[in-house]
Ligand binder design. Structure first.
Ligand code: FES
Length: 192
């Protein structure tokens, strides 16, 4: 009888152990279900985003790149502004406007150019077909060369985002933004 009881007790313990094992095994399947649940929850959050997805892409990618580019340009322009500007021709009072004799070598004429007008404008007033594009000192299309030497002694640029300091010292100017400060000879359609 004792053996039977012992056997029964042993079997009972085995069943309990198996039951516990099965029970734990069931719990171990749970992570799969949780992962699925997490995925579903994540999917549900997408439509609740404040911005449409294309906007999000734009903010995270291209937008940032543009902002960086713009900043770099801004800094560059700022540095050049310090060198070349501080001069606003529109601020010259009428009774302080001065005129200088500028020889346009290729056009074969010498004309008076006021210090509140550009070399390009003065030439166009003569109906000369002078080259230009931006008219804002941002390209080289209107380039010319002062044959007398260092251009800083003969003109002031209201804006120069193209010519380097050494090029200006060699006589190169942007006729669309260059204003005379002395008499000189100019070759139009000349670039470094
Ligand atoms: S036209 Fe572009 S710099 Fe003069």
């Amino acid at each position: 009888m004792v053996d039977v009881l012992g056997l029964g007790l042993g079997l009972t313990l085995v069943f309990i152990a198996v039951a516990l094992h099965v029970s734990k095994g069931t719990e171990w399947r749970a992570p799969d279900d949780i992962s699925q649940e997490v995925l579903e929850r994540r999917a549900e959050t997408v439509p609740e985003t404040d911005f449409p997805e294309p906007m999000n892409r734009s903010i995270g990618g291209g937008g940032g790149a543009v902002a960086v580019g713009g900043g770099a340009e801004g800094e560059l322009a700022g540095e050049e502004d310090e060198e070349e500007t501080g001069f606003d021709p529109a601020s010259i009072p009428d009774d302080e406007v001065e005129y200088y004799d500028v020889e346009y070598v290729n056009e074969g004429e010498t004309i008076e150019v006021a210090n509140n007008e550009t070399l390009l404008e003065a030439g166009e007033d003569e109906d000369w077909d002078l080259p230009y594009a931006c008219r804002q000192g941002q390209c080289l299309s209107c380039g010319g060369k002062i044959t007398d030497g260092d251009a800083t002694e003969y003109v002031r640029h209201s804006n120069n985002e193209t010519l380097g300091e050494d090029e200006v010292e060699k006589g190169y100017v942007l006729t669309c933004t260059a204003h005379p400060t002395a008499d000189f000879s100019l070759e139009t359609n000349e670039t470094p």
